[in-house]
Design a protein around this ligand. Structure first.
Ligand SMILES: Cc1cc2nc3c(=O)[nH]c(=O)nc-3n(C[C@H](O)[C@H](O)[C@H](O)COP(=O)(O)O)c2cc1C
Length: 359
């Protein structure tokens, strides 16, 4: 059977210069008929030229055989958009997910000031991930037009987008990007299968320390709320822990009221997240301070104070579900019910009942 490979071209672009280079890389990659390239971006763009590009999720990076990263040069560095995306890859990093995967980088610059620093900065982050960095060297240098400034660099192709004596990317820059794509496809195909991390990832999955992961993700659990009636914060029966909360924050209700009247959907989501944080703080207490003892989130029920005709309860509840999965990974996946209510205690816009299985 013929070997095939899938390459992600992951870009951030403001004005489309990076996207132009990405298309050339894709063309170069796909001159190898066994290698497929897909261009995605790190966040949605309102630029009409870039709107159609799908947005990549963090977790999908694991699914490709190689990744080409492209961004504008910002002050001799990678762009803020790219930097923000990379900052969310801590889980991939600690799980060794990208180790041994080939990576290559390209950038759209203005004048080109600091372009090599920026390419180097890209490499820094990808080296921390343990990726195999594929350089350009002087490939193609003999064929480029040297009568005008060009974005060639040994680390990766750039384009000098603000030098408009010719259309940018220039013909030579496009040629270099295509060549980079061709070479990257060759390396990716050759390395495929030599970096199978599934076994290692499964091992680390088991040993992921949830308490540490919370710190790394900057998730701070609130102080325990005080009961406002004759009840306990949690109740344990066998291996199940039952917890019910509203959106109390520092003794006050966060974003109280009715969704669609005096609470926006964004505020309701914020309140929902706060409620879930309260629940997880209580859960931590219930397992003696060690969240690694949580085996599964079994079920969540979210009740929202809404108008009669409101239907987007599921959307609001995602704020709680997403947080639970972010913290507990696979163990955080749960069944769920959502409902609307005419009024809720202490004016909260949301109330959540949670059931967890623990050790
Ligand atoms: C905040 C900021 C900082 C920038 N810093 C540099 C720089 O240090 N060197 C450079 O050559 N261009 C710099 N530029 C220009 C961009 O790299 C250039 O416009 C690039 O082509 C944008 O790529 P895009 O078309 O994919 O958005 C900067 C632009 C911005 C917005």
């Amino acid at each position: 059977q013929e070997r095939t490979a899938n390459i992600l071209i992951l870009i951030h672009s403001d004005n489309g210069g990076t996207y132009e280079l990405a298309k050339e890389l894709a063309k170069g990659i796909e001159t190898n008929k066994n290698v497929h390239a897909v261009i995605k971006q790190v966040k949605a763009s309102s630029n009409p030229k870039l709107k159609i590009i799908p947005v990549a999720s963090i977790d999908e990076l694991a699914n490709y055989d190689g990744i080409a990263f492209g961004s504008p040069v910002y002050f001799g560095n990678i762009s803020t958009g790219m930097s923000e995306f990379l900052a969310k890859t801590v889980n991939l990093w600690t799980n060794h997910t990208l180790e041994g995967k080939p990576a290559t980088v390209f950038m759209s610059a203005g004048s080109g000031a600091g372009k090599e620093l920026a390419l180097q900065a890209f490499w820094n982050s990808l080296a921390v991930h343990g990726m195999v960095l594929v350089s350009n060297g002087i490939r193609g240098y003999e064929n480029i037009d040297k009568t005008i400034p060009q974005g060639n660099s040994v680390l990766g192709t750039t384009s000098l987008a603000s030098l408009k004596n010719v259309e940018r990317p220039s013909k030579s820059e496009r040629y270099l990007a295509e060549l980079q794509g061709k070479n990257f496809a060759k390396t990716t195909l050759a390395l495929k299968g030599t970096f199978d991390n599934t076994e290692k990832m499964q091992q680390t999955e088991k040993t992921v320390d949830i308490n540490e992961a919370l710190k790394q993700k900057n998730i701070v659990l609130p102080n325990l709320p005080k009961p406002v009636g004759n009840y306990e914060l949690f109740s344990r029966s066998g291996n199940l822990v039952f917890i019910n909360q509203v959106s109390l924050k520092d003794g006050k209700v966060l974003n109280p009221g009715k969704v669609g009247v005096n609470v926006t959907e964004e505020q309701a989501k914020e309140a929902t997240k706060q409620t879930m944080l309260n629940i997880i703080a209580i859960l931590k207490e219930a397992v003696g301070g060690d969240l690694n003892k949580v085996k599964k989130c079994v079920q969540l029920i979210g009740v929202f104070n809404t108008t009669d005709n409101y239907t987007q309860h599921a959307l609001l509840m995602n704020a709680a579900s997403d947080l639970t999965v972010e913290i507990f990974g696979e163990k955080g996946k749960h069944t769920r019910n959502t409902q609307g209510a005419y009024s809720l205690p202490v004016g909260s816009s949301v109330s959540i009942q949670a059931i967890f299985e623990v050790e």
